[in-house]
Design a protein around this ligand. Structure first.
Ligand code: ADP
Length: 696
C-alpha cells in the first residue's frame, strides 16, 4: 500500500517519465548522479581462523582469488576483532583452538547484531562424532567440514557464500540507491507547489496527493486519499458532458492526454486548469492507474485575454491614428485654412494653410483666448472673442457663411483679409461638441477689387475726356454754322478732323476694353490678318500724335522703305498707339521719342521689330517683372500720372497672338524702350506684289 502523502518509487518514476513541458519545474531540475551511477563491487573478505599458521597458509592457497581478500586470525579473540571493523562473506572457523575454541567464538559472533548472519563453516580434524557436529550447528554453523578437507568441496562451498555475499551487497546498494532516488523525486514532487501532482488507480481513486494539489484544491492528502476524483474536483457541467471522463479514456488509449478544464476547489471556487494525464503501468506494461498533473491557468488565461485585448486596442489605436494622419494630410493639402475647436473653444487642430495664413498655431484653451488672432472688422474695430464666427458656432451653434474679416499674421504682423465659413459640430443627440472654421486668404481678390475700382475710375475718366472734347467741338461747329455769315470752311474741316480723331481714339479705347474683357473670360481674340506695311502704320500713328505732343520730338527710323507682313492692322495700330501714348504720357517733361523699325533674322526666322524709346520717368526695377500684368501700374506712376493698367497687358496679348513678343528695358529716371517683335511669316515683300500694291 502506498503511503498517504509520499510516493512509491514506481509512481515517482512514472512522473519522471511524463513530458517535461507538463512539469517544467521538474524538468528544470538536474538529475542527481546517484540515479544513474553504476553499482560498484568491492573485493569480498573471507575470514580464516586457525591457531595453526600452516593451516591458514593452506587455506589461503586453496581459496585465494582476485575477487576476494583473505583475512587471517590466529585465535577466536583476533577473529572477533576483525569482525568489529569488516564485513565478511564467510568465516572458516577451526574448532580446536587454545583459549577461545571455535564453538565459543561462534557463539560470541552470533550474539552480535552486526555479525549474527555471517555464515560460519567449522573446520575440524579431530572430532568426528555426531554430537560434535550437532553442537557446531547449534552455535550457528552453516556447514561443518572435516579435515583433511576436499579442496574442491571447500572451494565450491566458500564460492557459494562469496557469490551470495556479492549479490546481497549488490541488492543493498541498489536498495540504497532506490531509496535515495525515491526521496529525491518525492522532494521534487512535494516541492512542486505550482503543480498539483496526483496518482489514482484505474477507477480514479486517489492514491497520492502532493503539496501542490493541497495548495491548488484546498484538500489535504488525508481528505482525498481513497476518494474518487470525479466526486470532488470536477464541475457538474464537465461531469454531465462527459468531458472529465473523456480525458482519462483518451489517456488510456494514447498513454497520455491533455485538456483545459474548469475545476472546483474545496471552498467551491472555480478556476481553469491545464491538466495532463499519463497512464501508470505495472512491470508487464498493463495499465494500473493514472498520474495527473494540473496547474491553475486562470492568471495565464487572464493575461492572454488582456494581451489579446491590448492587441485589439493597439490595432484600433493604430487604425485611428492612420485615419487621423490621412485626414490630416487631406486637410493639409486643402487651399483653405481650417481650425477645429472643442465645445469650450479649445483649438484641437490647425491645418497647414491655417498656419500659413495666421503665421502661428498657438495653444488656445478656450473662447476667451481667440483674441490671439488679432481679428478686426474692415473698419478697423477689433472683434470681441465671442463675436468670432468659430466662437459663435461653439457657443451658440451659429452657422456663418462668407463673412469677411481681417486677421493678423503673427510672422509678418500684416493684416490678412479672410473669407470665413463656420459651423458647429454636433454629436448624435445634437449636442454641440465643437466647431469648425474654414477660411481663405482673399488678399488677391481684395487687391483685384482695388485694382478694378481704380481701373473703373480711370476708364470712366479716360472715356469721359474725349467725349467731352467731341461734344465741345461739335457745339462750337454748330454755333459757327448757325451764324448767318458764310462758314469758315478750313476751321470747320479742322474741327471735324479733330472730332474724327478723338472718336477714333475713343473707338480704340472701347475696342481695347472689349479685348481685355474677352481675355479675362478666357477667350482668345480673333485676329483679322491682312497684308500690311508696318512702317506706313507707324508713320500714320505718329502723325496723329504730333498735334498732342508739342514738347516731344517724335521720330520714325527705318533702314528700309517699308516693312510688309500679314498682321491684324487694327490691333497693331492699337499697340503702337499704346506704346507712343505711354512714351508721351510718362515723359511729362518732354524729350525725344524714337520709333526704330527694322527687319531681323533670329533663330532662322525673320522678324519685324518696332522699338519705342523715350526719355521719361522710366520704371522702377522692382516693378519691371509685373509691368505686363493686367491693372498693374508702376509705383512711380500711381497717383501722379493717370492710367488704367490695361494697355500693356492687352498689347502683349496681341503680340503673342501674332506669334511675337513685347518686351521692355527701362531705367528709372532715364527712360524706357518697349520692343514689339512680330514674325514675318517668311513673307518676302518682293514676292508679294499684290501686298505692295494693297499697301500702296
Ligand atoms: P496705363 O498707362 O493706363 O497706366 P499701361 O498698361 O499702358 O497702363 O501701363 C502700365 C504701367 O506701366 C503704367 O501705369 C506705367 O507705370 C508703366 N509704363 C508704361 N509705359 C511706360 C513708359 N513709357 N515709361 C514709364 N512707365 C511706363
Amino acid at each position: 500500500m502506498v503511503s498517504k502523502s509520499s510516493w512509491s518509487p514506481v509512481f515517482a518514476a512514472e512522473v519522471a517519465r511524463m513530458r517535461p513541458e507538463h512539469v517544467t519545474s521538474l524538468a528544470a531540475l538536474p538529475v542527481k548522479p546517484a540515479l544513474s551511477a553504476v553499482t560498484t563491487q568491492k573485493p569480498v573478505s573471507i575470514l580464516m581462523v586457525d591457531d595453526e599458521p600452516k593451516n591458514l597458509l593452506a587455506l589461503r592457497a586453496l581459496l585465494e582469488g582476485e575477487d576476494r581478500t583473505m583475512v587471517e586470525a590466529r585465535s577466536g579473540t583476533e577473529a572477533l576483532r576483525h569482525l568489529l571493523h569488516d564485513d565478511f562473506a564467510v568465516i572458516l572457523l577451526d574448532v580446536h583452538m587454545p583459549d577461545l575454541d571455535g564453538f565459543e567464538t561462534a557463539a560470541l559472533i552470533r550474539e552480535r547484531q552486526k555479525t549474527r548472519d555471517v555464515p560460519i563453516i567449522f573446520l575440524t580434524a579431530a572430532s568426528r562424532s555426531e554430537t560434535f557436529v550437532a553442537r557446531g550447528y547449534s552455535v550457528g554453523a552453516v556447514d561443518y567440514i572435516i579435515k583433511p578437507v576436499e579442496p574442491d568441496i571447500l572451494r565450491s562451498k566458500v564460492n557459494v557464500f562469496v557469490e551470495l555475499f556479492k549479490k546481497t551487497e549488490q541488492v543493498k546498494q541498489q536498495a540504497a540507491q532506490l531509496a535515495e532516488t525515491t526521496e529525491f523525486l518525492n522532494s521534487v514532487l512535494e516541492g512542486s507547489t505550482e503543480y498539483a501532482i496526483t496518482a489514482t488507480d484505474l477507477d480514479g481513486t486517489y492514491l497520492s496527493w502532493n503539496s501542490g494539489a493541497r495548495r491548488l484544491y484546498g484538500y489535504t492528502a488525508e481528505e482525498v486519499i481513497g476518494q474518487q476524483t470525479f466526486a470532488i474536483l470536477h464541475t457538474p457541467e464537465d461531469l454531465a458532458s462527459g468531458a472529465s471522463k473523456a480525458l482519462y479514456r483518451t489517456a488510456l488509449r494514447r498513454g497520455k492526454a491533455e485538456a483545459v478544464l474548469e475545476r472546483v476547489s474545496k471552498t467551491g471556487r472555480r478556476f481553469f486548469t491545464s491538466v495532463a494525464v499519463a497512464v501508470r503501468r505495472d512491470a508487464s506494461g498493463a495499465p494500473v492507474g493514472f498520474v495527473t498533473i494540473s496547474q491553475d491557468i486562470t492568471a495565464r488565461l487572464q493575461a492572454e485575454e488582456e494581451r489579446a485585448q491590448l492587441r485589439v486596442e493597439q490595432a484600433g489605436r493604430a487604425e485611428a491614428e492612420a485615419a487621423r494622419d490621412r485626414l490630416r494630410q487631406i486637410l493639409d493639402v486643402l487651399p483653405e485654412g481650417i481650425i477645429i475647436a472643442d465645445a469650450h473653444g479649445q483649438i484641437m487642430l490647425y491645418n497647414a494653410t491655417a498656419q500659413e495664413i495666421l503665421g502661428q498655431t498657438p495653444v488656445v484653451t478656450g473662447v476667451a483666448e481667440h483674441t490671439i488672432f488679432g481679428a478686426q472688422h474692415f473698419d478697423g474695430n477689433s472683434f470681441a472673442p465671442e463675436e468670432l464666427p468659430l466662437s459663435r458656432a461653439v457657443l451658440h451653434g451659429t452657422e456663418t457663411r462668407g463673412e469677411q474679416l481681417l486677421v493678423r499674421n503673427a510672422v509678418t504682423n500684416q493684416l490678412v483679409p479672410v473669407l470665413v465659413n463656420s459651423a458647429p459640430l454636433r454629436d448624435a443627440s445634437g449636442a454641440i461638441t465643437g466647431g469648425v472654421a474654414v477660411f481663405q486668404d482673399i488678399t488677391a481678390i481684395k487687391d483685384l477689387e482695388t485694382e478694378k475700382d481704380a481701373f473703373l475710375a480711370a476708364a470712366s475718366h479716360d472715356l469721359k475726356n474725349p467725349l467731352t472734347g467731341i461734344k465741345a467741338r461739335a457745339q462750337i461747329l454748330i454755333r459757327r454754322l448757325s451764324r448767318p455769315d458764310p462758314p469758315d470752311i478750313p476751321s470747320t474741316i479742322e474741327g471735324l478732323r479733330n472730332i474724327d480723331h478723338t472718336s477714333t481714339r475713343l473707338t480704340g479705347m472701347i475696342n481695347e476694353l472689349l479685348d481685355v474683357t474677352r481675355l479675362q473670360m478666357g477667350r482668345p481674340i480673333d485676329l483679322e490678318r491682312q497684308p500690311m506695311d508696318l512702317l506706313a502704320l507707324a508713320h500714320e500713328v505718329v502723325t496723329d500724335f504730333i498735334p498732342f505732343a508739342e514738347r516731344h520730338q517724335i521720330q520714325v527710323r527705318c533702314d528700309s522703305p517699308d516693312l510688309h507682313g500679314v498682321w491684324d492692322r487694327g490691333r497693331l495700330e492699337r499697340v503702337l498707339t499704346n506704346l507712343i501714348s505711354n512714351a508721351i504720357k510718362f515723359s511729362p517733361h518732354g524729350g525725344a521719342i524714337t520709333l526704330t523699325l527694322s527687319r531681323q533674322e533670329h533663330d532662322g526666322t525673320s522678324w519685324a521689330t518696332v522699338a519705342v524709346q523715350d526719355e521719361g520717368i522710366g520704371i522702377p526695377e522692382h516693378d519691371l517683372p509685373r509691368i505686363f500684368e493686367r491693372f498693374f501700374r508702376a509705383s512711380n506712376a500711381i497717383g501722379k500720372i493717370e492710367g488704367t493698367g490695361i494697355g500693356l497687358s492687352g498689347s502683349r496679348h496681341i503680340a503673342e497672338q501674332h506669334g511675337g513678343t513685347l518686351s521692355v528695358e527701362s531705367s528709372e529716371g532715364k527712360g524706357s524702350t518697349f520692343t514689339l517683335r512680330l514674325p514675318l511669316n517668311n513673307v518676302n515683300c518682293a514676292d508679294l506684289p499684290d501686298i505692295r500694291s494693297h499697301a500702296a
